[in-house]
Design a protein around this ligand. Structure first.
Ligand code: SAM
Length: 721
């Protein structure tokens, strides 16, 4: 079936086999043809579920699983050549996207300019290096708990007879799907055979890819005459070129360099897939030539349609049952998510079902789940979603937090913010406040969050299948401007998190782009500018490691903790996720020695000015409070009340003290102090003092007698006794 994506799940990537459907049919009490089960599959089913393979390795194909349907396997043996089937795949959308409501399409699929850069997420089947389970797992979550025969919807649900009911209800749709799959595979096998036949003409020889100067090149001639290139010829040259680059020493022609072959390949990719040369080269450089080809191919076919169950309103099992009843063919997205459902076929518009209108689900690509899962917001926390519209992630986090705590969902684009508000209402998220700032202003409007999500505006190079305009409309300028904004936003995100949070202190940065400039470089910048944060494991079950070096540029080794997702490896949108923790628990202490003013002879800074210093300290205190999300004025009010109370006390104290003093001074005009005078003061207070001290004038006079120099108002201070 080549690099086909249609039936890959967004999780364990096994395609559905005939045997699988036969089993479902038997369960549903329908007649089923016996199907020879591949031996490897039998083995796998009895073996323990494997751990996810380490990321970074080239993921195994579905064939490696042994789960490939028999017919396709035969075809593959006959045609080992190029797997991809090019543009023919465009027609393979499992669900007609016209079914999706305009609003939802807007929400999830729009990629605009800098301000509008919509990073909608989509996703599909994950390859074998993620969660290995056999086909049964694609229907039943026989997962973590290890219970055999558990219902396919395992999330905190009762698991009674859900399996039977759902498989029976879904059987017709699944059978149709199988028929379509088989027909498709037959066609693909034929195409591959034809392609292989083409190749055998040159097999064994050194393929002639690069034209000599005096040679006529049909493709170049057509290109210069602005005629449509012969796509079949172009494709053959691409696959041959990749073959040469794979085994350059053996297959390259004499006197030709690798760079020449690569340049020709990029040129052909541009012509075949319609990319600007600038972008094609940028994307090509991320991979080996063969993998780059798979990436460009995958961008030609849509990712599977996925809906996310809104657990604030329903359970996944109940939602699935309702939609199946309406003629929707679906399956749980995979073991890695308890809320996703992959839709294969639908007789109804998914953006207009009663369940949709009641907020039981949202159309949300699988990759869009990942940043929320990485951030992992907890109940009762304070969370900031810095670039939130249209709210796919905000509402997911609200559900994860069970509508407790609070989420500040921010987006500066007012039009998009309306969509955000609409989704918040429809999905019943009650712990969300919407704001409208340029997020670079944070933490000024508010700070001190337990967790911050920055799903940054980006170029959208991961979602080309959704928005092919990216192929030509992104320029060098975009790849300078966008990273600049992304860096500013990430620093703002880090500064908005409360490092002392008892439960959190995390920031997740994500984009739906695969370029280094927008991902690893941004992360590296943040690490160098904010030494108080470090990268931590995202906790995501799958994904390739981030680059620690790229084209001569080295990044911090911890950047490998970031995760990359590609359409050709996991059948999800291209995506990037990085998780930071602000682990700065130590106060910043300025250890510069402070010397006495008098001793600093050359006091270039003019010594201390207590009043001025006070002003700065007050400013600092207010800023610190703001950063923690507290109202600096609240303390002012308290302070004022306390000050007032204190001054009242002080005044009273002063009055008493002065009266006492006055009395004393009358008794002992020389102002001698001592035990005796203290006693006499007490006595005096009760009698004469009360009358004498009634006028400040008298008190002052008395005091001036005692200390003639202190005639200033300060002399009203209580005298130290
Ligand atoms: C990838 S989209 C966000 C998608 C959203 N997180 C979701 O899951 O539905 C990026 C968002 O960034 C917003 N944006 C652009 N510039 C921004 C800025 N300076 N501050 C905050 N948000 C910005 C855009 O309006 C856009 O809605």
């Amino acid at each position: 079936m080549g690099v086909g994506n249609r039936f890959k799940k967004q999780g364990p990537p096994q395609p559905l086999s005939e045997e699988h459907f036969a089993r479902l049919k038997r369960k549903a009490g329908l007649p089923a043809d016996p199907v020879a089960e591949p031996t490897e599959r039998k083995k796998r089913r009895t073996s323990k579920p494997q751990e996810p393979k380490s990321n970074g390795k080239k993921p195994a194909t579905n064939r490696a699983n042994g789960a490939k349907p028999v017919k396709a396997e035969k075809a593959e043996k006959a045609a080992p050549a190029p797997k991809a089937n090019g543009r023919s795949k465009k027609s393979k959308a499992p669900v007609a996207l016209e079914d999706v409501s305009d609003e939802e399409m807007d929400d999830e699929f729009d990629i605009g300019d800098l301000e509008d850069a919509e990073i909608s997420e989509g996703g599909a089947g994950l390859k074998d290096d993620f969660l290995e389970s056999d086909n049964e797992d694609s229907v039943f979550d026989s997962d973590e708990e290890g219970g055999k025969g558990r219902a396919m919807f395992s999330e905190d649900e009762d698991e009674s007879d859900a399996e039977e009911k759902l498989t029976a209800a879904n059987i017709a749709g699944l059978t149709r799907k199988l028929d379509a799959q088989l027909a498709e595979e037959a066609a693909e096998a034929e195409a591959e055979l034809a392609e292989a036949a083409l190749q055998t003409n040159i097999d064994g020889d050194k393929p002639h890819i690069l034209q000599d100067e005096d040679e006529d090149d049909e493709l170049s001639a057509k290109a210069s005459a602005l005629l449509a290139p012969d796509l079949q010829l172009l494709r053959t040259r691409i696959t041959e070129n990749i073959r040469v680059l794979d085994d350059f020493a053996k297959l390259s022609e004499d006197g030709r360099s690798r760079a020449e072959y690569t340049a020709q390949l990029i040129k052909d990719i541009c012509a075949y897939y319609g990319y600007s040369e600038y972008l094609a080269e940028k994307l090509f450089n991320l991979f080996t030539p063969r993998e780059a080809f798979a990436f460009f191919e995958a961008n030609e076919s849509p990712r599977p349609v996925v809906i996310r169950t809104n657990t604030l309103r329903t359970h996944r099992r109940d939602l699935a049952q309702s939609l199946i009843n309406r003629g929707v063919t679906l399956e749980p997205v995979g073991k890695w998510s308890k809320v996703g459902l992959q839709v294969f076929e639908s007789n109804v518009p998914l953006g207009a079902t009663p369940e949709y209108l009641a907020g039981h689900y949202i159309l949300q690509a699988a990759s869009s789940f990942l940043p929320c899962m990485a951030l992992d917001p907890q109940e009762n926390e304070r969370v900031l979603d810095m670039a939130a519209a249209p709210g796919g992630k905000t509402t997911y986090m609200a559900a994860m937090m069970k509508n407790t705590g609070f989420i500040m969902a921010n987006d500066p684009n007012k039009k998009r913010a309306k969509g955000l508000i609409g989704n918040i209402h429809r999905l019943g998220a009650r712990n969300v406040i919407v704001s409208n700032y340029d997020a670079r202003e944070f933490p000024k409007p508010m700070g001190g969050f337990d967790r911050v999500l920055l799903d940054a505006p980006c170029s959208g190079t991961g979602v080309i299948a959704k928005d092919p305009s990216v192929k030509t409309n992104k320029t060098e300028r975009d790849f300078m401007q966008l990273p600049h904004v992304q860096k500013q936003l990430l620093l703002a995100a880090i500064d908005s998190v409360n490092h002392a949070s008892k439960t959190g202190g995390y920031v997740v940065y994500s984009t739906c782009s695969v370029t280094i400039e927008e991902n690893e470089s941004v992360v590296q910048y943040a690490l160098s500018r904010r030494p108080n944060v470090r990268l931590v494991d995202s906790g995501l079950a799958f994904g390739k490691e981030g680059f620690t070096s790229f084209m001569g540029k080295n990044f911090d080794p911890s950047v490998r903790l970031t995760r990359r997702y590609y359409p050709h490896t996991y059948n999800v949108d291209g995506f990037f996720v990085a998780k930071f923790q602000n682990n700065d628990t130590t106060e910043v202490v300025d250890r510069t020695p402070i010397t006495d003013d008098d001793e600093t002879t050359g006091d270039d800074f003019g010594g201390w000015d207590d009043d001025e210093d006070k002003e700065y300290m007050e400013k600092g205190r207010r800023n610190a409070m703001r950063r923690r999300g507290m109202d600096p004025n609240s303390n002012d009010k308290k302070a004022k009340i306390a000050k007032k109370a204190q001054s009242v006390e002080t005044a009273q104290g002063a009055e008493n003290a002065q009266s006492a003093e006055t009395a004393q001074s009358k008794k002992s005009p020389k102002g001698k102090k001592g035990k005796k005078s203290a006693e006499s003061t007490e006595t005096a207070q009760s009698t004469e003092t009360a009358q004498i001290a009634e006028t400040t004038q008298i008190a002052e006079t008395a005091q001036s007698k005692k200390s003639p120099k202190s005639k200033s108002p300060k002399s009203k201070k209580p005298s130290k006794k």
